[in-house]
Design a binder for this molecule. Structure first.
Ligand code: FAD
Length: 303
């Protein structure tokens, strides 16, 4: 219930103004966001890669409403990748892109062109691009852009949301690609998505099976210990070694678990968001876990 309200709030301009204007919101946001500037993202990248983790960096922003902002978002990625290049991290530092941030809703052709420029800049530094997945109405368009990008940049990956009924079939279709499997973070209707945690978890395992038995590169993005253990055992059954798949978790969430998995020899990538358009991302993180709302309220009360 609280989660649904927060997800509805994540799309409300009124709630955006109210939450963004609250004193101390920034302090709480900092728990989930690496900072506002590219320099902050690079600093987080140095710190995380220095401790044996990989990163995927997200320039925060979504649902842009004018071409200028979409082009600026693509340029932000290109200049971030130029800053990363001297670090020589190769694919240990990749980027994640929301197509809505580079103009998908305005003009799919423009979004594809912007995404192409980001892929080209990523390739220059040996990095890859993963397309985030947004609400269910955008899945076909996102997979269409992915197909077009993969003609020139076959290393491009995509996030697939286990909660959607269609995703098991999508995982089979994409079993030769880089696929990040997530549970799904948007409020979706019962006509298209599993609603209970148990159903979503079961669907996640079915998708995992498809990906692990394919020829692609599964990116297991979850903080859920049970699913992490299942992924490890499916990887062994499929004859995959530690470098043949990876785990992914969000910046600021279960950092101890991220470090422990990496210390045990797994590849672990941290999703590092940065930028000033943090509102939608922040509200989805609150919606995932009521305890985060308590943390938020305590900080607002100065405790
Ligand atoms: P859950 O069942 O939600 O959580 C399992 C446990 O993890 C919880 O008990 C708790 O201990 C911990 N945990 C989970 N979330 C939080 C939190 N916010 N704060 C503190 N602890 C928490 N979703 C999309 O729809 N599209 C995407 O493109 C996308 N990309 C993602 C990329 C990465 C790398 C990751 C890790 C997630 C991404 N997500 C994306 C979000 C995802 O869909 C889930 O909403 C999110 O990961 C929570 O699900 P979970 O698998 O961790 O399991």
């Amino acid at each position: 219930m609280l989660g649904s309200l927060l997800l509805a709030g994540s799309r409300s301009p009124l709630a955006r103004r109210a939450v963004s204007g609250l004193p101390l919101t920034r302090k709480v946001v900092d728990r989930f966001v690496a900072g506002e500037s590219a320099a902050d993202a690079v600093a987080a990248t140095r710190r995380l890669t220095g401790s044996g983790l990989s990163v995927t960096i997200d320039h925060l922003g979504e649902e842009v409403r004018d071409p200028g902002t979409a082009v600026a978002a693509a340029k932000a990625y290109v200049s971030l990748l130029e800053e990363l290049r001297p670090l020589g991290l190769g694919d240990r530092a990749e980027v994640s892109v929301k197509l809505s941030a580079v103009g998908q809703a305005l003009d799919p052709g423009m979004a594809l062109e912007n995404a192409r420029q980001i892929c080209a800049a990523a390739r220059e530094c040996g990095a890859t691009v993963t397309l985030d997945m947004e609400d269910h109405t955008t899945v076909d368009a996102t997979l269409g852009v992915l197909r077009a990008l993969r003609e020139d940049f076959p290393e491009t990956g995509v996030a697939i949301q286990a909660y959607l009924f269609r995703s098991e079939a999508d995982c089979r279709d994409l079993a030769g690609s880089r696929v990040r499997l997530v549970k799904g973070a948007y409020a979706e209707p019962a006509s298209v998505a599993w609603q209970s945690k148990a159903e979503v978890d079961r669907a996640y395992v079915r998708c995992l099976r498809a990906l692990m038995s394919g020829t692609g590169y599964p990116m297991v993005a979850t903080h859920d210990d049970r699913l992490i253990a299942i992924a490890e055992s499916l990887a062994v059954s499929a004859g995959r070694g530690a470098g043949d798949y990876e785990f992914q978790m969000l910046y600021g969430i279960r950092a101890d678990r991220q470090a422990a998995l990496a210390a045990a020899g797994s590849r672990v990538r941290v999703y590092v968001p940065y930028g000033d358009d943090w509102y939608g991302y922040f509200m989805r993180r609150l919606a995932e876990r009521p305890a985060n709302v308590v943390f938020f309220l305590r900080a607002l009360r100065g405790k």
